[in-house]
Design a protein around this ligand. Sequence first.
Ligand code: CUA
Length: 240
Amino acid sequence: MFHYPFDPSSLAETARIWWNLYGYYLLLAIVIGTAVMTLLVAIPLAYRYKPGSHNPNAKDEIKPGEIPSERGRTAGVLLIAVLLLGVFFGLLTQSLEATKEFKKIELNGEIPDDALVIQVIGFQWGWTFRYPNGVETDVLIIPVNRMVVFNVTSEDVFHAFSIQDLRVKIDAIPGKYNIAWTKAYQPGIYRVQCYELCGVGHAEMITKVMVVTEDVFDFWYNSQGATLEEAMEEAAHTEG
Ligand code: CUA
């Protein structure tokens, strides 16, 4: 709904979900930030001491026995409070919607038939991706326009699996499987990174995800363990 120059929502469905939500928060932050900064400049200018003028704001003086709400501002304060309540209720609803969408596999309790399910195993310090055909890789290769489900765990300490550009992030906990998913919209190479401090190698716990077309993915997947380059070379020879 909101579009900024660095909008990632064309990269993946998960990016679209979170970016949309982020848009609401960003918009609110801009509105409130602008109001606060404007008042911060305007009020000192309006109420600053002017030589020769005797207490120009005498009417605003606090008088003993009077509380500010008795000075005719109750309606205004109430209006602002109700408005803010409405805005925050809207944010809450939107946040719940986005979370529900991202958690839909757990909430529905079933994985769509055409989804590709990949086991993601974090370790000190790297990632293993295990495909349904038993092939294991250290680089993630996924097809475009297909739901990819990540079944995430760890074999030692706490890690966090994340593809930042596609807005995917989930804890990798030993003895537990956490579900995340994405559906990439276009081919590309993105960074996979650990987002949980997990030891001296944490900062280097990085690999990449290659989002490829369905054809390229099938070539690679059927090659049973070749690298993507080998699979593509093989495919080129077969076709030539
Ligand atoms: Cu694994 Cu940080």
